[in-house]
Design a protein around this ligand. Structure first.
Ligand SMILES: Cc1cc2nc3c(=O)[nH]c(=O)nc-3n(C[C@H](O)[C@H](O)[C@H](O)COP(=O)(O)OP(=O)(O)OC[C@H]3O[C@@H](n4cnc5c(N)ncnc54)[C@H](O)[C@@H]3O)c2cc1C
Length: 380
């Protein structure tokens, strides 16, 4: 067992950290206030390989490992969790679904421009009446000659208004339950596909989240992804890997909040001394640093197993559950350590506190992670 990063991983961390510092940090407040998804950042991220982190070079990707992926997401989230969320949704949901289950021809056609960052991707599983209970979706796809016709809508879609390519899950056989759901690739501009309401969110405001509506949307039959009836099962596999990304995002966010709290505690004085000299503050910092390290280890273990080709349902859920829940605590303590300044926008604490709540909700709530974990434990 070797816990040390390789020289390449150290360099990767430094490179993404510097990128986030120079290209993202100056704009955080503006993008957050205006709920602006920074399309202008996409080519710059693409130049670093961040739009196709884990995908083979033959399909335009950067060919990095699952641990490298965690490092990239962590470093983006440390500075702006909203940008990290967009990168995680593009890579870990849309691109990953195509990379895992598409034919070679489909990969060349859809994955390559996504992984090169020429296009932004979205992934639609959730609907207004079915999130945790994703199999209860209502969107249907009906075969009509050489086409599939999609009807319904997807809710809370990351990049719903900005994506050029979307992977959409729809019911193709109502009688077959989870085996009656299929996945499709739909391109922006296809007649019958329109973006719906853009959500006005508590946090992660620079990441676009919107409804997407399908009204008799006809797509060619060769845009079925991964076989008829395989869409739900394949989505669960995509989420196994995606949750490692959300765990890494939580670790990075917590790291950013911890560093902000540490710096503030060293500067702020009360009762004639810096607040870092109070044991009550020191304990918060000690707990935060310890929890972050534990979350990082769980996350990297899941990534390591994924890299080996193992199924990581249990390890991904554990990493996602633990990392997201400690991130909420660290972000809250960051606000507390800032006192009143934790409540205003001049300091980063309040934004970490708003952004972090998504971590225990997106890609499966904490309750769902516990169900997944318990199911695996009880089936042994
Ligand atoms: C900013 C943002 C971005 C998102 N991006 C995407 C995306 O790109 N693609 C996509 O498909 N989805 C996306 N989602 C949707 C997200 O994955 C869902 O919101 C999430 O899975 C929860 O589903 P829900 O909102 O319907 O809540 P519900 O499923 O209605 O849950 C409500 C509450 O009930 C609890 N609950 C539900 N079932 C159980 C149970 N069996 N046992 C115990 N408790 C239970 C939940 O844990 C939760 O506390 C996004 C959401 C947000 C907010």
């Amino acid at each position: 067992m070797d816990f040390r990063p390789t020289n390449e991983q150290r360099l990767l961390r430094r490179t993404v950290r510097e990128f986030a510092q120079t290209e993202i940090r100056p704009h955080i407040r503006e993008w957050d206030d205006q709920q602006h998804f920074p399309t202008e950042l996409v080519p710059k991220m693409a130049a670093l390989g961040l739009m196709g982190i884990q995908f083979p070079e033959q399909y335009g990707g950067a060919g990095m490992s699952a641990i490298d992926y965690c490092i990239c997401i962590e470093e983006l989230a440390r500075v702006d969790p909203a940008v990290a969320l967009s990168v995680a949704a593009h890579n870990g949901l849309c691109c990953a679904h195509i990379a895992l289950f598409a034919t070679d021809d489909q990969k060349r056609r859809f994955l390559t421009p996504l992984a090169r960052g020429e296009k932004v991707g979205a992934w639609g599983l959730t609907e207004s009446t079915s999130g945790s209970d994703a199999a209860g979706m209502r969107t249907t796809a009906t075969r009509a000659g050489n086409c599939w016709v999609l009807t319904g809508s997807k809710t809370f879609t990351t990049h719903g208004r900005v994506a050029e390519v979307m992977v959409v899950m729809a019911v193709t056989d109502r009688t077959a339950a989870t085996k009656g759901i299929s996945a499709f690739v739909v391109e922006r501009g296809t007649a019958g596909m329109t973006p719906g309401k853009k959500e006005d969110k508590l946090g992660m405001r620079a990441s676009d989240t919107s409804e997407v509506i399908f009204d008799n949307c006809r797509i060619p039959a060769d845009q079925l992804l991964g076989g008829e009836g395989q869409g739900f099962v394949n989505s669960m596999q995509v989420l196994d890997a995606g949750r490692i990304g959300i765990a890494a995002l939580s670790v990075g966010l917590a790291q950013g909040a911890y560093e902000a709290a540490l710096a503030y505690a060293r500067e702020r004085t009360a009762f004639g001394q810096t607040i870092s000299s109070f044991q009550a503050i020191q304990f918060k910092l000690a707990d935060a640093a310890t929890r972050i390290e534990a979350a990082r280890l769980l996350t990297y273990r899941a990534a390591y197993l994924k890299n080996r080709g193992d199924r990581t349902t249990l390890e991904s859920a554990m990493a996602k559950l633990y990392a997201s829940e400690i991130a909420v605590r660290v972000a809250e303590d960051c606000v507390q350590i800032h006192g009143g300044y934790g409540f205003v926008k001049d300091y980063p604490a309040e934004k970490y506190f708003r952004d972090v709540k998504l971590m225990t909700i997106g890609e499966g709530t904490s309750e769902i992670q516990r169900l997944v974990i318990a199911r695996r434990l009880l089936s042994r």
